[in-house]
Design a protein around this ligand. Structure first.
Ligand code: DX5
Ligand code: ZN
Length: 220
């Protein structure tokens, strides 16, 4: 049991007709972050929400908005997401011509920077920037949809990242995202994750008992 695990419920599995209320419930149920999946129908084959909705949701909670951008291009939208109230802005290196510039842009708005790696994306996409970022999001499904099956092969990558971060004594969150459930959360934590994203498990298991589900994941 690890007490420093953070839980970042993905609102992709929430009821979109009452997103504000759902976020208030997640807040009360003990979520650490609120994971917001932004998809553009181009970088990934699905479309979700944009900065205007995030701006409207911002006043309902003080929790960290953990915004996962699955959009390409990404740079021209950073300002809108920053101003909408994102706290952590995570992007995919494949979505920018210059990773370093995107990092700088996010920092210009005083936001925390995350880099996300798809299941097949190599560690070298992030390695050069480790001293400049706050979070690495390791995807354990192909980005695009909630409710997919966890890909255990990404744990090798997570372990390597954990090793590097530990050796360099860096303060970087290692977040895992996709298909996390009560069975695999423990191996994800053992592999080095300290932030668990979960959509389906938190919203659908145990008749949608958010508090119970968050608690069960936290005790991984
Ligand atoms: C997938 C998203 C995930 C997803 C998580 O592209 O990045 O955040 O919504 O949902 P589950 O936990 O159902 O896989
Ligand atoms: Zn996500």
């Amino acid at each position: 049991m690890s007490s420093n695990i953070k839980i970042s419920p993905s609102i992709l599995s929430a009821d979109f007709s009452k997103l504000g209320e759902e976020i208030i419930l997640l807040d009360k149920a003990g979520a650490d972050y609120i994971h917001v999946d932004v998809m553009d129908g181009h970088f990934v084959p699905n479309i979700t929400i944009g900065p205007e909705i995030i701006k409207k949701l911002r006043p309902v909670t003080k929790k960290v908005f953990d915004v996962h951008l699955m959009i390409k291009p990404v740079d021209k939208y950073i300002q809108s997401f920053a101003e909408a109230g994102a706290d952590i802005i995570t992007f995919h290196p494949e979505a920018t011509p210059n990773t370093e510039e995107t990092i700088k842009l996010i920092k210009k708005f005083d936001k925390k920077v995350g880099i996300s790696l798809k299941p097949k994306s190599d560690i070298n996409l992030v390695e050069k920037y480790l001293d400049k970022i706050d979070l690495i999001l390791v995807m354990s499904v192909e980005p695009g949809f909630a409710g997919q099956k966890f890909m255990p092969e990404v744990l090798t990558k997570l372990k390597k990242l954990k090793e590097i971060v530990k050796n360099k004594k860096l303060d970087i969150d290692l977040e895992i995202d996709g298909g996390i459930n009560f069975e695999n959360s423990k191996i994800a934590v053992e592999a080095g994750a300290n932030v668990l994203v979960s959509g389906s498990t938190i919203f659908k298991q145990n008749n949608g008992d958010l508090k119970k589900n968050i608690g069960l994941l936290r005790s991984s």
